[in-house]
Structure formats: C-alpha cells, structure tokens
Design a protein around this ligand. Structure first.
Ligand SMILES: [Zn+2]
Length: 312
C-alpha cells in the first residue's frame, strides 16, 4: 500500500511517496518566496510526477494524497478553515478537485498536529495505543488527541487542536489566540525571547550574548549551568508539565507524545514531565506514559496512509 503525502509548513512543502514502513521517495518544494498556496500547487504536481517516475509507480497505485496543513482545517470537507498570515489564499481552495484533475487521485486534508499524531501512531511512538495526546513544541505548541482509535475533531474542527492554548497561568501573558496565560504564551518558540528579555539578570547572562534566544540556546546554556538559562528552562518545563496534566484530565490518554525540535533535549524534559504527571494527574487506573516522538519531521508524512484509510 502506498500513498502520496504533502506536509506543508511555513517555509516549504515536503512531497513524498510512503508505504507502511518507509518513505520511498521525497522532494522539498520551497514556499519561502511566496505568501500564497496557489502558486505552489503546480510545483507540487511536478514534484509528484518526478517521484512517481523514480519509484516506477502510477498515481493510481496510491491510496490518494494525504495533505498535512499548518492551520485549522475541516477534514470532513478537506477545506482550509483558518490560516495565520501564510497561505491566506488557501481558504476556499478546492483541493479535492485539484488532486483529481491534476493527478487523478482523491485527497484528504488534515491539520499538521493531527497528522503528526496519526503518523506516530502508525509508525512511531504511538504504535499499539488507541488513546493518545500529542503535543508538538515549536514556534507555537501544536496539539492533537485520539480517543478509542479515533482522532478528536469536533463540530468546528478545533477539538484537541488547541492544547497549546490551555491556560496555565491566571493573569499571565497575552496570547496570540486572544486568551491569557496559555501554555504557548508562557513557553513556546515565539514567547521565549519576550519572556527572556524581561527576566531579571538577562542582560548579564550568556543567553543575552547568543544570536538568538531559542530552545536550542536555552537548553545548551542550561546544561552549562548558566543561571538565567537554568531558571528559564525550568519555567518552560513547569509550563509544559502543567499543561500536560490539563490535557490528561481532558482526554484520558494512555500515552502523551512530545514532538518538535526541542525534543533533542528529551533527556532534560521527559523525566520532569513524567514525575510531575505522576504526582499531579488524577489517574487512579495507573500511570500515563510520557514519550518522545520517534519520526521527527516525517511524522506528518507517515500520517497519509492512516488518514486515507480512515472510515468516514
Ligand atoms: Zn493562546
């Protein structure tokens, strides 16, 4: 069984052909020079033709296209519901008709955090589990939840997606979503530099001398015992652990999977969250597992087959 897969992020689209075990071929289509999705679509079609040629497959050999999109989508209709300054022209775009006319295949669209969960369950850290919460720590905090083997979607396609917007701090920072004190406003790629700049002693810290205040520099300098980096890192861990207890109480998972580039420092993150969860989550049935994602940037690509195989 094979599928065509598109994983569209902020700066590029990964186009790939996957089967149950591996990525058979892939190509990156850059979207850096455009703010729209429409100009990128012909490039994606050309990339798929090259990939099919490389793998000696026809599009009709594939289940269809599983499309992972970095915004809110309605997977029932495969429509893009909400974008955030990038690909704003994608709303109202009929991608199903585009896939049919350009490649002769069906298409299903899903939000990138949900696709990452589907992928990790299919081929990564979530194998064998039906009740999963996945949190992706990056510029923002992505979320997705699966209950009894079904992705949680909800009436407005938002259910389970807003894990990063669970408020963790009453009277905290203003978030981009409109709420206050969200996990994302308190510990994410975009909020970290803002928080660091206001931190007592920041100007004298080694962190202030870095080119960029991000999770990479934060975790590196915390490991080197820079006091400001240590304090900020521990604050991030506390925010993520608090949000995780909220997510466990909301969705009743067996396992919580953490993804995102910061998981290169999983050793500094997961034990803290695991012990906080064991102490503070109300789970009389046993212990929720806290694990790192296994598929890295490929998780969304591996979501294509399970998405296309879902029962309507
Ligand atoms: Zn928010």
């Amino acid at each position: 069984m094979q599928a065509l897969a598109i994983d569209l992020g902020g700066s590029h689209a990964t186009c790939a052909i996957v089967d149950e075990r591996s990525i058979l071929a892939s190509e990156i289509v850059t979207t850096d020079g455009t703010i729209g999705l429409r100009p990128v679509l012909p490039e994606i079609v050309r990339a798929f033709h090259r990939l099919l040629e490389q793998t000696h497959l026809k599009a009709s050999d594939c289940l269809g296209i599983g499309f992972s999109f970095c915004g809110l989508v309605d997977s029932r209709t495969s429509e893009i519901v909400s974008t955030n300054q990038k690909y704003d022209d994608a709303r109202g775009l009929d991608l199903k008709t585009w896939a049919k006319s350009e490649l002769g295949v069906r298409l299903r669209l899903e939000n990138d955090a949900r696709m990452a969960l589907l992928g990790e369950r299919y081929a990564g850290a979530g194998r064998g589990f039906d009740d999963i919460v996945m949190t992706t720590l990056g510029t923002g905090i992505g979320g997705a939840a699966m209950i009894s083997g079904k992705l949680l979607r909800g009436k407005h396609a938002q259910a389970g997606c807003l894990g990063g917007h669970i408020p963790v701090l009453f009277g905290g920072r203003q978030c981009t979503c409109g709420a206050i004190g969200c996990a994302e406003a308190e510990a994410s790629g975009w909020s970290l530099p803002l928080i660091a700049r206001e931190w007592p002693g920041f100007v004298q810290s080694r962190l202030a001398q870095e080119k960029a205040v991000n999770f990479e520099s934060l975790f590196r300098l915390a490991k080197a015992q820079d006091p400001v980096a240590l304090a900020l890192r521990d604050r991030c861990l506390q925010v993520w652990a608090t949000a995780t207890v909220g997510l466990i109480h909301a969705y009743d998972p067996e396992i919580v999977i953490f993804g995102g580039g910061v998981m290169e420092s999983a050793d500094a993150i997961l034990p803290h969250i695991q012990s906080y969860v064991e102490k503070h989550a109300w789970t009389p049935w046993g212990k929720v597992k806290v694990r790192a994602a296994e598929l890295g940037n490929s998780a969304g690509i591996f979501g294509a087959i399970p998405l296309l195989s879902e029962e309507a």
